[in-house]
Every structure is written in structure tokens, then in C-alpha cells.
Write a protein that binds this ligand. Sequence first.
Ligand SMILES: Nc1ncnc2c1ncn2[C@@H]1O[C@H](COP(=O)(O)OP(=O)(O)OP(=O)(O)O)[C@@H](O)[C@H]1O
Ligand SMILES: [Mg+2]
Length: 409
Amino acid sequence: MIKNNTKIEYTQVVWEITSLLQKAESLEDALRTSLGEVVKAVCAEAGTIWFYNVNSDKRIYPSFTIGGADLTGLSLELGEGIAGMVVKEGKSTVVKDCRNDERWAGRFDETTGFVTKSMVCVPLVNKYEVIGCIQIINKKDGSLFNDEDISLCENLAMLTAIAVDGRGLNLGFSESKKSIISLKNVTKTFGTGDTKLQVLKGVNLDIREGEFLVILGESGCGKSTMLNIIGGMDQLTTGTFLFDGKDYSKADEKTLTEYRRHSVGFIFQAYNLMPTLTAEENLDFIGELCDNSMDAAEALERVGLSQRKDNYPAQMSGGQQQRVSIARALVKKPRIILADEPTAALDYETSIEVLTVLEEVIKSGTTLLMVTHNEEIAKMANRVIRMKGGVVAEVIVNRHPASAKELVW
Ligand SMILES: Nc1ncnc2c1ncn2[C@@H]1O[C@H](COP(=O)(O)OP(=O)(O)OP(=O)(O)O)[C@@H](O)[C@H]1O
Ligand SMILES: [Mg+2]
């Protein structure tokens, strides 16, 4: 009885992803959604669609992932690991205990902090050749993937191969960029005794040089807490936090102050400009604190506010004040800018103005990490992280980021 229900439910999933893959405007979005549906249907923790880069370096790349493991920048050799073997041999595989399987490529879990237990991995076969594979990981109840689960994955694989063949998919296999920030199993607990609250429960995340990373997640899930740790404004409870390979996990206040002063620019929802100083003076004030700073005039020009340099914050609109605060972040020539809901207090038009300025900042090569509740803004990002319950629940790679002017809400 239960089995039949599962069958009907799975047939429904196949039906849904079939029409999704046929009709969706973006095949990439459709593949990600379909993978998500299958992961959900079989009650798994994670899933990955791998593609074989047959025309160039002959490696296998994790092009779509669902679940908290950040696989960005990783790849497998043909025949390496369970996915690599499945692509090489073209046969579906179910593994009960991956860590004790001889094919297991342990470096993946070591890098991501994710714990892989069981897995089903099925090849993507395009006419006669294997073009990749689909991997579904860790059944939530700890049981082994059953025949119905495998059959659903094989259906997804078949539909994916047909869709890719029919519609084409330009994935652009990219090599990994250097990681500027690295969080490994970071936890944060506030308070003690009865008021003790664990907010971060093992965050694993790498932020790469030059990328625009957006963080989404429900109110209270720990976004600002994580941003504060990355910005050196708060300390983690356990885990590691590296900046440029240097360990700041247990750094003292003096070291963190130096780090904040020289390496990080901040933009907050409230602009936090000093009301008694003009725009230019607000920037000079920061510029004097750090060596090798950018001229206030240049920073104001970059945010399009040169003519406002002598205005006090009260003489400027919210959007203009936020642009001054972006200029203030730029003055430090920071390696990374952290923005916590920078447009939350602004209307649509003004938000777009501010985002357009940030777009230029990213183009100039500065890494930007932004927390927002606005899903539309996430379309501009290179990667989107969704946090849930104090961990990274999902990492989405966006190969074709939208420009600020295209956003609508
Ligand atoms: N200094 C602190 N002391 C005690 N609890 C704190 C502290 N800072 C944050 N918290 C608690 O940690 C949890 C996460 O807060 P955080 O500000 O990180 O959430 P958030 O994801 O940024 O939410 P929002 O989207 O509403 O800004 C909340 O329950 C909050 O009350
Ligand atoms: Mg917050």
C-alpha cells in the first residue's frame, strides 16, 4: 500500500519535472528546481548534477547543487570518486557507507565540512555517451536508497540528458578562484545558562576573490551574526575563520581592529554617517585611519556624488546617504565589502541606484558579501547562499547574473 503511494507520488514528480524541463524559460533554473524536487521527494539531504567537460580538461564539474555543501570550484577526474566512476562506467550505483567505500574521494567532505553517508549516483547518458551524472546524498531517516528512489533518479537523469541535448546548455566550466574568506564548522552561542542560544550551528562557507555573494534566509537565522564574525566585529564560539589564509578564529581585539580597519568595508541598512560632518569629511575621517586609502574625491566620483561633497547627511536623500556610505567603504580600498540589508530602508528606484553603484564596485574587482531579504537582488549575485537554522542550507551558482537595471519588485 505504502509502496504504491510512493510510486504514484514519484510518477507525479516525473510528470512535473518533464513539463518543467520542456517549458521553463531557463533550462538552468529548471534543472536546479528538478534536482530540488527529486531530493525532496526521496527525503535526501543533498543532490548534485555533475557534467563531464569532455571537450577540454576532461574533468567532471558539480554544476548544480542542492543542500549545504559548497562544491564551487571543485572538480573530479574521470574515474575519481564515486561520481567519477559512474561517469566512467555509465552504471548506476548505490553506496550504503561512502566513507568506507574504496572509490570514495574524501577530499570533498574535508573541503566542504559536509558529511556524506549514503548515496545514489546515476549516469547522464546522451544518446551513446555519458555526459555527467546525478548524485543524491544521505536519506534523512538514515535508511538506504530503495529501488523506487533509484528509479526516480534515473528518470531525472534521462529527462535531464534529453533536455540538455534538445535545448543546449552553456555551462562554462570555470576553474576555481582563490578563497578570500573561509569558514569551517563555525558556531556561535550567545549567553550562558538559561539564556544560552546557539545561533550558528556549523557554518561552512568559502567566499572567493572578486565574487558577489548574496545571503538569504529567514529573520533570526543568523545572517548578521555570521556577517559580524566575517567582519571581525564579533568572535566565533568554535570553528575556524580564515582571511587570506590567516587564522583569525582566536584573534585578540587589537588584531581584529587592524583587520577591520584595513581589509573590510561595511555598509549597513542605517547609513551611520556622522551628522556633523559633510560627505567629504565623513570620508576623510575614515581615510586618515588607514594607509594607502583612496581620495575622498575619487570615492565620491565613483558613487556619482562629486557635486554633493559639501552637503551634510541631513541635506541628502536616503539613497544619496547610502551612496556616501558606499564611498566611505571604498575609501579604505578594502579586500571585501560587507553589506547588511543596504537597500532595506530605500524605495525601489533608490535601491536600483544604490545597486547600480555596487555593480560598478564589483566590476572593479572588490569582493562583495550582501545580506538581503530581497530575492530579486539575489539575481545579481554570482552565488546565493540560503541560511536556515544556523547552517548554510543551499548554495546556488548563478552563471548569468542580472544587472541592477533588470531587477523588478
Ligand atoms: N549579541 C547578541 N546577544 C544575544 N543574542 C543575539 C545577539 N545577536 C543576535 N542574537 C540572536 O541571534 C539570533 C540571530 O540573529 P541575527 O541578527 O544573526 O539574525 P538575522 O538572520 O540577521 O535576522 P534578520 O533577518 O532579522 O536581520 C536572533 O535570535 C538574535 O536575537
Ligand atoms: Mg540581520
